[in-house]
Design a protein around this ligand. Sequence first.
Ligand SMILES: Nc1ncnc2c1ncn2[C@@H]1O[C@H](COP(=O)(O)OP(=O)(O)OP(=O)(O)O)[C@@H](O)[C@H]1O
Length: 594
Amino acid sequence: MPSSAPAAVLPRLRLLLSFLAPHRATMLLGLVLGLAANAAGLATPMVTKWVLDTLGAGESMARPIGALLALVVVGAAITLWQWRLLGTLAERIVLDARTAMITRYFRARLAELQRRPGGELVTRVTSDAALLHQASGSIVGLVNSAIALLGTLVLMGVLDLFLLGCTLAAVAVVAAIMGALLPSIGKATTAAQESVGRLGGTLEGALRAIRTVKASRAETRLGALVVAEARDAAAHSVRAARTAASVWTIAWTGIQLAVIVILGIGAWRAQRDLLEISSLIAFLLYTFQLMGPISELTQNVTALQAGIAAAGRIREVDAIGVEATAPVTAPVPAHRTAADAGGPILALRDVTARYGPDAPPAVRGVTLEIPRRGHTAIVGPSGAGKTTLFSLVLRFLEPEHGQLLLDGRPYDSYTHDQVRARLAYVEQETPVVPGTIRDNLRFAHPDATDAEIREVLRAVRLDDKVDSLPDGLDTPLASTEVSGGQRQRIALARAMLRTPDVLLLDEATAQLDGLTEAALHECIRQRAAAGAVVTIAHRLSTVLDADRIVVLEEGRIRARGTHAELLAGDDLYRRLVQALRIAAEQDVATAAAP
Ligand SMILES: Nc1ncnc2c1ncn2[C@@H]1O[C@H](COP(=O)(O)OP(=O)(O)OP(=O)(O)O)[C@@H](O)[C@H]1O
């Protein structure tokens, strides 16, 4: 937990100021308006005294009353302007922070993003950013209220120095108590925000796995875990609220006691003609007014502390590494050259990669060429490195050693975007993206026409299903409404919508319905005739379909060849095929069961 020692406050305050700096001109205007409103407020008791004095002297009260009314109107107009200005500014600051975080999340390197719980990243954008709202106004408020406090005290001094001395003593006591209590509010607020972040992380993970949670009858257990984080946040917030209540009570009571003392001393001085009654009344009005700047100071310091903690959490997002947007070496021309066209579309040269500096290599010394046409299947036991190979090709992971080449040119000479533009990827657990069926299909190619969409829907045999929906392609798609097989067919259709150079297909391990399996094979065959298809194969039919098969084991390529060659020459492959065959037979038996 960040310390709230005064030494640590300054750099963290600077962190908060970094969000406000781009808007310093607006903040300055807000400050000037606040000062003008303060001046109007400060003048009111003095004009009240003027009214009382004219009353005593038997003069007309029209001018002082007119001045009082003018002060009220001008003060109100200025305050309205300031509130609107600072309110708009606060929302802009929140929006800026949110935009920066969202942009960073989407540009982040996959591994770095996946290392953090999704829900926690979400709370930084939602609740932490919202705390900047009050904090942005609090700096202006702090300066304003400090000046109002000073101005009030100066005018009190003009009226009666002796009474001012009494007031200062009361203010000093109140300030000392507040100074002792306020840091603990900051500490509690920071801790509460951290708990809310953890709550978001756990809750998001739990909701994502809700089927397993329910099937494991773990609702109560997991619910209690999430509620524990909520309780933790509440406990810290309650501590902050209780301390704030004490601060308020002390400030209020202190001022009220001061009023009584001042009333007593003032009356005693007035009796001895040391003070005019009108001055005593004006002084008392100022004493009541003191509550305004003092409570504003308290509120602003509290908001500032919450804002400082939030700014720290938001700035942590800057530490998430992003993918490079420019090629490491000289960029390549947009279109491949004739000389490039002959070789393999993809090549891996002695590639070794790992997920962390201390993790063992997930792939080791892999050298592999993917021809421009045909189907390459990758098989291997669980944990062999098949997904890692795809991650390298998709540039989710950078090799620690070795090189990947696209069209004979190193990956380093392309941007991430250029590489991915040449690939299509169907995930194993193909997720539905937010939006309608059309949005889902056009996800990789936003400019695809309806005619193209219809064609791929027909190819994956989803055309009848979509036609039967009242809103057709415009039907919003929630992941719960489509079966696993339908989801995979939507993903296939998305991949088939345009012709990428390489289709990467991580086949579902779950049993596929006949329709999906047929669509899958048709898609692979169709694409393999025109371009390269690489599958992580989990079914026998896919392996049998492949032109060449690569056997991975413990991150290394153990064997490669055709099905017949590998059956004859590789023991692990024989065992894998045997397992797939058993799985395939089970599928048939399940399908045949009544
Ligand atoms: N994000 C990650 N962070 C750390 N280690 C990982 C990560 N992903 C995979 N690994 C490790 O890398 C190795 C290769 O994993 P990979 O997912 O590539 O295997 P796979 O062949 O696709 O397995 P499966 O068939 O079970 O999906 C494994 O030892 C795995 O534990």
